[in-house]
Write a protein that binds this ligand. Sequence first.
Ligand code: FE2
Length: 207
Amino acid sequence: MKQRRDVTDELRATVRKELPEVEEIQDESLRAKVIEAWALSLAHSGFDSIDAIEPAANPGVNRLKNGKQSDHIRGVTKMAVAVAEQMCALMPSLSVDKDCLIAGALCHDVGKPFEFDPENRKRWEANPYASGLPAIRHPAFGVYICLTVGLPEEIAHCAAAHSGEGELVVRSLENTIIHHVDYAFWNVCRAGDLLVPETLAALKSGR
Ligand SMILES: [Fe+2]
């Protein structure tokens, strides 16, 4: 697929700033690929930062009253690490790959720039039967991005199957954690009155 613009160092620097948890990834090449993935995904859209994307679970659905899209990505990453640490402390035989967990959490929504892009939305909404509405949801577009930048299948899987699409497969251990904290993030925000009322998804709907 043709990019809208080139991936620049400026774009990479923006991603690094918006997702400081990337520094917690021990493997240098994995760290670089996570940054590359977000930069490439943004380059496929009109957004020049993660925080320019609507702070919502899906376009127009479960939008934060106050907060940014990076708050969601970072929140999911922090919660995933916390769950893994607490569970592993209680159950020492549990073996979570921390690099995979952090990279997977940071990349789970990496396909959002394409699905949320206003130009794409306008085209799809004008004629849903031409190429679908959306043509490609963020989990599938995220897989395209992850594999394009050379991320391993374990990380592409977190993008692919963190949401409803994951009901069709068996989720990895790391993605099971990511899936649950992703849903927890939106459900806690909802219960805590942090979401714009008109954007509330039907209870228990997928994201
Ligand atoms: Fe998410």
